[in-house]
Design a protein around this ligand. Structure first.
Ligand code: F6P
Length: 544
């Protein structure tokens, strides 16, 4: 693969700097006034997603330059390399092939000369059989009772995808089954998730790519103790535990029957794994057919990303806009505000996807960057956020680009609720972009001393993504949209979006500190004075 010039030396970068100095201050009011068609012209539709990006602080020239930057950054070549199974995760020497997880049977995608698609479908087939046995009540627990509750134990990508997808697709879920998710090593998480459960009717799915993660293995051992305390017999584990992992040896060492193990591969990153076997709880909840629709949604967006010209490519455009605000407007955060209660965990899911991917400060070549990379992603479902933090987005001093997500149809049509909900999506975008001038405030008869407080500057950018209905297919398209937007951003910034070395140091230190916290005698502490004092105080307070 050809290595692009360092980002700040690419011609489009310098052109964007100069262009930003020229147009960065222009107001959206002006941009809309100058172009009556802007609200229909700066839109894109693909894979069932309608994107209105007209309320961004861009001109046609901005778009042209951003697209040029994508070309100069080698985006086309890198997309092709990912889909071809090349080892673009260079620091871990791995291919990056979450797109193979949703490739239809018969597609050929090779890693080291081996077509991986048949293995993907073999696992999907086994998952479907397992899921159907649970859903139909044919999977009988150790005491003869059918399984009624599924508890997914995992963390990071082995939790956030499953819990987000379960919540998002709850409307389609098997309502006689209960789903719980345990992730935190805080015992409270396990205790509260299981306190009202009957072990004889509970199935644990231990989800861990590595099967070594401290939190997950601690929770899995606690789950095994909880089960065996109630059911007595070690053989009960076979009926009440399944595992999802790439590490078959560790799974069987734990005592889980390999018949109940569902594998995936090192070319699936944890934060890109919700559509692998890590989605087993999702498949049990919504059934194999609906899971197939979810995969079809992912795939449709993958194909769009792979084939659409950049100017008509949803994830490319979203990714470039994020770069535009992060690097030229110094926007440090990006809000994602879903106007759908079922998407309440979507922002949390996106936080790992985006920040573990692009929270990097060195390039693929190991050089320290001299520009901003991944912003903080955050959000809450609307309209709740409106009564919480929107004040700052409207009138604070930070520029916060926003993605609004909305649906034309509600899954729970109740009276006027959905029109009211959607009215808020559109109203917020309008208010952020156009604001309210001092003149307008004065014309409303506002006291002079209150005028500055009631002025909305506007010019606060947003995208509006409008879909017809939250279906499994739609969820697949949305997740793939952000996955590929992250890919686009990472390519522009020349970072490796697929490793996560930044989580290592804390893990190693925690292991050391854990030994010191539980040591029988006061240990010799050789940390900094702050950490030493905290350990000492904890040990004393814990004993008192
Ligand atoms: O947080 C680091 C990380 O490695 C994530 O990338 C991953 O999703 C999570 O831990 C869980 O890892 P595993 O699935 O191996 O337990």
């Amino acid at each position: 693969m050809t290595t692009p010039a360092p980002l700040t030396e690419r011609p489009a970068w310098a052109a964007l700097r100069a262009h930003h100095a020229e147009v960065g201050g222009r107001h959206l009011r002006e941009l809309f006034a100058d172009d009556p068609d802007r609200g229909t012209r700066l839109t894109l539709e693909a894979a069932g997603i309608y994107l209105d990006y007209s309320k961004n602080r861009i001109t046609d020239e901005t778009l042209r330059l951003l697209l040029q930057l994508a070309e100069e950054s080698g985006l086309r070549e890198r997309i092709d390399a990912m889909f071809a199974g090349e080892k673009i995760n260079t620091t871990e020497d791995r291919a990056v092939l979450h797109v193979a997880l949703r490739a239809p049977s018969g597609t050929r995608i090779t890693v080291d000369g081996v077509d991986v698609v048949p293995a993907v479908h073999e696992v999907l087939g086994r998952m479907a059989e397992f899921a159907e046995r649970i859903r139909s009540g044919r999977w009988i627990g150790h005491t003869g009772k059918p399984i009624r509750t599924i508890v997914n134990i995992g963390i990071g990508g082995s939790d956030l995808g499953p819990v987000m997808a379960y919540e998002a697709l709850r409307h389609y879920s098997h309502r006689d089954l209960t789903f719980r998710f345990v992730s935190n090593v805080d015992g409270t998480d396990f205790a509260e998730a299981t306190r009202d459960l009957d072990p004889a009717e509970t199935l644990f799915i231990v989800s861990s790519k590595t099967f070594t993660t401290l939190e997950t293995m601690t929770n899995a051992q606690t789950a095994r103790d909880w089960l065996l305390d109630a059911l007595g017999d070690r053989s009960a584990v076979a009926k009440h535990f399944a595992a999802v992992s790439t590490n078959a040896d560790a799974v069987s060492e734990f005592g889980i029957d390999v018949m109940n193990m569902f594998g995936f591969w090192d070319w699936v990153g944890g934060r890109y794994s919700m559509d692998s076997a890590i989605g087993l709880s999702t498949m049990i909840a919504i059934g194999p057919d609906a899971f197939g629709e979810l995969l079809a949604g992912f795939h449709e967006l993958d194909e769009h990303f792979r084939t659409a010209p950049f100017e008509a490519n949803l994830p490319v455009l979203l990714g470039l806009l994020t770069v535009w605000y992060a690097d030229f407007f110094d926007a440090q955060t990006q809000a994602v505000l879903p106007y759908d209660q079922y998407l309440k965990r979507f922002p949390a899911y996106l936080q790992q996807l985006t920040m573990e991917s692009n929270g990097k400060h060195v390039t693929l070549a190991g050089e320290t960057v001299d520009y901003a990379t991944g912003p903080v992603y955050w959000g809450e479902p609307g309209t709740n956020g409106q009564h919480s933090f929107y004040q700052l987005i409207h009138q604070g001093t930070l520029l916060i680009p926003v993605d609004f997500l909305g649906f034309a149809q509600s899954l729970n049509p109740l009276g006027e609720h959905h029109d009211l909900l959607t009215a808020n999506v559109f109203a917020q975008g309008e208010a952020l972009a156009f604001g309210k001038t001092a003149e307008q405030v004065r014309d409303e008869g506002t006291d002079a001393d209150l005028v500055p407080h009631r002025v909305f500057e506007g010019n606060r950018p947003s995208n509006t993504l409008l879909l017809d209905r939250l279906t499994p297919h739609a969820l697949g398209t949305l997740v793939a949209l952000y996955e590929h937007s992250v890919f686009t951003q990472g390519t522009i910034w020349s970072v490796n979006s697929f490793d996560q070395w930044g989580v290592e140091l804390g893990k190693v230190l925690a292991k050391k500190v854990a030994g010191e916290l539980s040591a029988a005698d006061d240990p010799d502490l050789a940390h900094d004075s702050s950490t030493n004092a905290l350990i000492t105080r904890y040990r004393a307070a814990r004993r008192s």
